[in-house]
Design a protein around this ligand. Structure first.
Ligand SMILES: Nc1ncnc2c1ncn2[C@@H]1O[C@H](COP(=O)(O)OP(=O)(O)OP(=O)(O)O)[C@@H](O)[C@H]1O
Length: 865
């Protein structure tokens, strides 16, 4: 802001027409430079194509050496072509004009490395000459003589473009943001870092144009996808983006301070810094599929794709995809540390009930497509990621139990099981698992009968229980204890046979024992018994077993109260998974373990020997994107983990994410004031456990770039209730448009109408007329389905969202429906309301009902000063 004011002062003497002609001339100057850049890019594309063709010819020679050389060449050329062919909307976006530096050293990108000006750079009469001009863009381009035509935005030489301020300008005199589309320069906006200086470039005074690139960017209409902020990253954000990768980078900041934007730009920066190190992949964990869809275009726009996986917290387990929400009470039980204890008991307990009509001995692991609830499995999960936001936004529906699979599969939306009222009673009964996927074992496992030495040996239930308990003593994963259990069974049978005591010669006894074991182990009845009595358990089978209230009651005794047991069991009987179920599946996978299996031989792929493959051009049938997706799917551990909206993670989710970053460095961004989790202290403990003892580097972002001051002020009232004493970020701009208050009661409000549906629809339509971009209507979670119906026919620009779905998103305008309803939804309701109120970039309407207790102006009780 300061720079803007100073700049306007500097322009004070320029009349408008002169100003316009300076602008035109400066656009022309930048156009000339962009033309040069594109000519150079074309040369580079020809070079890369030549290399690709040459490499293909070498491949025809067919010797292993020639093939390896070809692959390396294809790889390098592919990287070039891929980058250069990209139609960047604004390939070139910045320029800095710099004073001479303290020393004359140049870096690898051809730019001088000095940060501070040389002593004589500013003359005593406050004049100076521009010694260096750098253009900043999405990738670096060197001219044929190795002089820098464009500096990559992540290079050290580009840092002053973001860091320099009038208070601490370094060498920068003028910073220019260039707006271009394809090959055409559309505009330039300048900030003066040293407004007191008369600086000369090639003998002419440095011209200054425009009034603030940041404000122009913030004022633009929003669409359903996020834009990168590469042209206008602010100094405090740049500190985070370029922070060294070591250990944990921990970032806090209020709504709209750019946490998500910074996290995404940081991923691109880290890859640029050390591509080899991050060949192990960067994982970005997002709270919802909506936020994934909203943000996933940013990295490609920065020229980065393959090595970064953006995944919703409910999609971290392959083959499982969360499609349902849990009620707050159920979420609270499933997400807390208490659930860990329950799962450990359930894993062992599921084995004990294996002989009853009960959990299945399913083959395969988490990703087993035949197991229950794999409704939105791999295929659909990846479709969801690739889909446009509008499709994902399909409204939820009521009546969750008993829905048809196909209907669910088509509608990739969250079900409407929020609130206990949403749960039906059908689908599970005593001892049953409510569906056909939980297969019963082949035979009863309550008695083992075999024949040895011509006599029948039998182990009864009591003895079998004893053997099982012995086998289960200790902490090893249940599935890995099967060989031990088998051995203990054979011991018990051997003992019963009495054969051991009949032979005093130890060698003979050992031989006899060995053939005894071999005979019994190969007996069909023994094998069938073992399969039924100690099946290989899958996480899904255990989860299915937990849907039985009686069993769950046993396993959760003194951990969950009876009400929680009932609700959790019911929720697990639904057809589908919630985000909390996914974390439970992942935990169960760790508790159960996966027995070693002979590895499937994978076709040798010479390209796997190279790193950074994801950037390759589609040189074979599998496209770059498909390959990247496949590699991401296969990956379970990452080199760097970025957690967005970290304040919402439950202890169980922290454990799940922690397992993916055991050896990683981390970036954690969040805002405690926006947490929808009811027990922040417990979550902090889990976070600390996941991050271990790694040292932390803390940053705070303080400026709200999203909300105008008028909206931010209103939201701050709720923040004061939700977290007394905390400070809101300061809004960077003001629009002069105050939030509007509308009531549906029939007495006092400023605007009085009947019927929530009609009011909300009218307000949404009104806002659609007033903004160019999107309108979000935020309602309590259990109103999502009806809210979608209220808005039917209003078009693509308007969306209905449940309060929890609004997380991280933004709209030109929002309608927040019944603050009291949102605040009363859960123990964290006030913080959720704070999130809802901070989604608009331009206009906000609050619709109140009687329960909101609006005053004469329609302002609901919760939002009054
Ligand atoms: N330096 C910047 N230049 C231009 N736009 C910016 C800048 N920083 C942030 N923004 C914009 O501000 C908005 C908010 O950013 P972002 O969503 O990253 O904030 P956030 O801190 O994650 O918010 P929340 O906590 O509410 O999810 C986005 O539209 C983003 O593009």
């Amino acid at each position: 802001m300061a720079a803007q004011v100073q700049q306007e002062a500097a322009l004070g003497s320029v009349d408008t027409s002169a100003h316009d002609s300076v602008r035109e001339r400066e656009i022309g100057v930048e156009q000339e430079h962009l033309d040069r850049v594109y000519r150079r890019l074309e040369e580079k594309i020809h070079e890369a194509e030549f290399l690709m063709n040459d490499a293909a010819k070498r491949g025809q020679v067919g010797t292993p050496g020639a093939l390896a050389e070809r692959d390396a060449q294809v790889f390098r050329a592919g990287i070039h072509l891929n980058r250069l062919n990209n139609e960047f909307e604004d390939f070139l976006f910045g320029r800095i004009d710099l004073l001479a530096g303290k020393d004359g050293k140049k870096g690898p990108d051809g730019a001088y490395t000095a940060v501070e000006p040389a002593e004589g750079a500013i003359r005593s009469d406050n004049t100076a000459d521009i010694a260096e001009t750098l253009h900043i863009g999405r990738i670096g381009v060197l001219d044929a003589d190795y002089s820098p035509l464009v500096i990559d935005w992540r290079a050290p030489a580009a840092a002053p473009f973001y860091r320099s301020t009038p208070v601490d300008p370094g060498r920068v005199v003028r910073r220019r943001v260039i707006r271009s589309k394809g090959r055409r320069v559309l505009g330039v906006e300048d900030d003066l870092m040293r407004p007191e200086l008369a600086a000369f470039l090639d003998g002419r005074e440095l011209p200054v144009v425009g009034d603030g690139a940041l404000m122009a960017a913030l004022g633009q209409a929003r669409s359903h996808t996020m834009r990168d902020i590469v042209a206008s990253i602010q100094a405090e954000q740049d500190q985070v983006i370029r922070a060294p990768a070591a250990s944990v980078t921990y970032v806090e900041g209020g709504p709209g301070t750019g946490k998500t934007a910074v996290a995404l730009h940081r991923a691109a920066y880290l890859l640029y810094q050390d591509r080899r190190r991050y060949a192990g992949g960067i994982l970005i964990v997002s709270p919802t599929p909506l936020l994934v869809a909203y943000t996933e275009g940013v990295l490609p726009s920065l020229g980065e794709e393959g090595q970064v996986a953006i995944r919703a917290v409910g999609s971290l387990v392959d083959g499982a995809e969360a499609t349902l929400y849990d009620s707050p009470a159920v979420a609270r039980a499933k997400g807390s540390y208490r659930m860990l204890k329950v799962l450990r008991k359930a894993a062992r307990g599921a084995l004990e009930t294996a002989g009853e009509a009960g959990p299945a001995a399913e083959s395969g692991g988490l990703g087993d497509a035949s197991s229950r609830s794999v409704r939105n499995g791999n295929g659909e999960a990846s479709r969801a990621r690739g889909q446009g936001r509008a499709e994902q936004r399909a409204p939820g529906r009521g009546g969750a139990p008993g829905r048809s699979r196909n209907a669910d599969a088509e509608q990739l939306a969250f079900g409407d099981d929020f609130g206990d009222g949403g749960f039906g009673d059908g689908g599970f009964g005593d001892g049953g698992f409510g569906d056909d996927e939980a297969q019963a074992p082949a035979l009863s496992a309550t008695r083992l009968r075999v024949v040895a030495f011509g006599r029948r040996l039998e182990l009864e239930a009591d003895e079998l229980d004893r053997v099982r308990r012995t086998a289960l003593s200790g902490t090893a994963p249940v599935n890995l204890l099967r060989p031990r259990a088998r051995k203990l069974l054979l011991d018990a049978l051997w003992e019963q046979s009495g054969a051991g005591s009949r032979h005093s010669d130890p060698e003979l006894a050992a031989e006899l024992r060995s053939s005894f074991d071999e005979d019994i182990s190969s007996e069909d009845s023994f094998i069938a018994f073992l399969d039924a009595w100690w099946p290989e358990l899958t996480p899904r089978a255990v989860l299915a077993a937990m849907a039985d209230e009686k069993r769950l009651g046993r396993w959760a005794r003194r951990i969950l109260n009876p009400g929680e047991v009932r609700r959790v069991a019911r929720s697990l009987g639904r057809d589908g998974l919630s985000v909390h179920d996914v974390a439970m599946l992942d935990e169960l996978q760790a508790i159960l373990g996966t027995p070693a299996r002979p590895r499937k031989k994978r076709e040798a792929d010479p390209l796997d020997q190279l790193t950074g493959l994801e950037e390759l051009m589609p040189v074979r049938e599998e496209s770059q994107r498909e390959r990247a997706e496949r590699l991401a799917q296969e990956r379970t551990e990452y080199a760097h983990v970025i957690v967005d909206e970290a304040q919402d993670l439950t202890p169980m989710q922290w454990r799940m994410i922690g397992r993916r970053g055991r050896h990683a460095t981390w970036t954690v961004v969040g805002d405690p004031a926006q947490s929808s989790w009811s027990d922040p202290d417990e979550a902090a403990e889990a976070r600390d456990e996941a991050l271990g003892t790694r040292p932390r580097r803390r940053f705070t972002l303080t400026v709200n770039y999203r909300n105008p001051a008028e909206i931010a002020e209103l939201a701050a009232r709720v923040l004061a209730l939700a977290l007394p004493g905390s400070t809101s970020p300061s809004a960077v701009r003001s629009t002069g448009v105050e939030p509007r208050f509308v009531t549906t009661n029939n007495g006092r409000g400023t605007v009085v109408r009947d019927g929530l549906a009609r009011t909300v629809r009218e307000e949404a339509a009104r806002l659609l007329d007033r903004v160019d971009g999107t309108v979000g209507v935020v309602v309590a979670m259990n109103r999502r389905a009806e809210a979608a119906r209220w808005l039917a026919g209003l078009g693509d620009r308007v969306v209905a969202l449940g309060s929890l779905e609004a997380k991280g998103l933004e709209y030109d305008a929002t309608v927040v429906v019944s603050p009291a309803e949102i605040a009363d939804e859960s123990p964290a309701g006030l913080r959720v309301l704070y999130v809802a109120l901070t989604r608009a970039t331009q206009q906000l309407t609050v619709v109140s009902q009687d329960r909101d207790e609006p005053d004469a102006n329609g302002v609901p009780d919760l939002l009054r000063d």
